[in-house]
Write a protein that binds this ligand. Structure first.
Ligand code: 1GP
Length: 243
């Protein structure tokens, strides 16, 4: 499966995508079954799979379960190198370009490189940018990095441009899971205007209004986790919006 090529082609045609974030720590067999059913019916484009922590060792089995119950590609969105499951379709190889923690920029990648190369996961090189969202998030705490202030669009723009110049293939702007405030529309618009690679936006998108704001501003892919855990029916409403 050529996930990156398809995503890039679709983004260039203005075809928007919807990714549902599955946090292994918050998922059970029953919740995954329900999720796979609703998401397949609604035409969700991707499952992103990962979380900040790892409270159990069932991630691989959960991915198999998702794959058995839907045809939606599972893309790893790893909170750490412990979350590299070989049975997913692909992995967002995240370089945390908004931060200045060398381990998150290149260190973890070096540790995982040989394993990734030997495996079958499609690699999606991603410039990951954390955006300040009202209160400290798990990602900023765990990654030991400071997010970009939400009113500093220039910094976000230059960070994204640098990421693209370095050869990264996707930019992911994230307000962090459960963020009070999602990434501001104005910042999304400015970043989108200045890059030619697809833009993923997530964190704190909790209803159709916020989803619409992100999409209209220029997000090529929106990612929703928390709000769907609370209300799986939101999947259908968001899918309708994309159509
Ligand atoms: C977090 O972008 C994702 O990394 C999704 O965030 O859980 O707030 O939807 P939410």
């Amino acid at each position: 499966m050529d996930l990156l090529n398809k995503l890039t082609k679709d983004a260039s045609k203005g075809k928007k995508k919807f990714a549902v974030l599955v946090d292994p720590d918050k998922s059970t067999t029953a919740s995954l079954k329900k999720l796979a059913g609703i998401a397949s019916k609604a035409g969700v484009d991707y499952f992103f799979f990962g979380g900040s922590l790892l409270m159990h060792g069932k991630g691989g089995a959960q991915i198999s379960y998702l794959r058995d119950h839907s045809d939606i590609p599972v893309i790893l969105f790893p909170g750490s190198s412990l979350q590299v499951y070989p049975n997913a379709h692909g992995i967002l190889l995240l370089s945390l370009i908004s931060g200045r923690n060398p381990d998150m920029l290149i260190g973890k990648h070096v540790e995982s490189a040989a394993l990734l190369r030997a495996g079958k996961l499609e690699i999606l090189p991603t410039g990951y940018m954390l955006i300040e969202s009202g209160k400290p998030t798990s990602v900023s705490y765990i990654s030991n990095t400071q997010p970009i202030p939400s009113d500093k669009s220039d910094i976000a723009v230059c960070t994204a441009i640098a990421g693209e110049m370095l050869g990264l293939k996707l930019v992911y702007m994230d307000a962090g899971s459960g963020a009070i405030n999602p990434v501001p529309g104005e910042m999304i618009r400015r970043v989108k205007e200045n890059i030619s690679i697809p833009l993923i936006v997530g964190g704190g998108i909790s209803d159709t209004v916020k989803a619409k704001t992100a999409l209209k501003a220029g997000a090529d892919v929106i990612v929703i986790g928390n709000a769907i855990e609370k209300n799986p029916k939101l999947i259908t409403a968001i899918s309708e919006l994309l159509k």
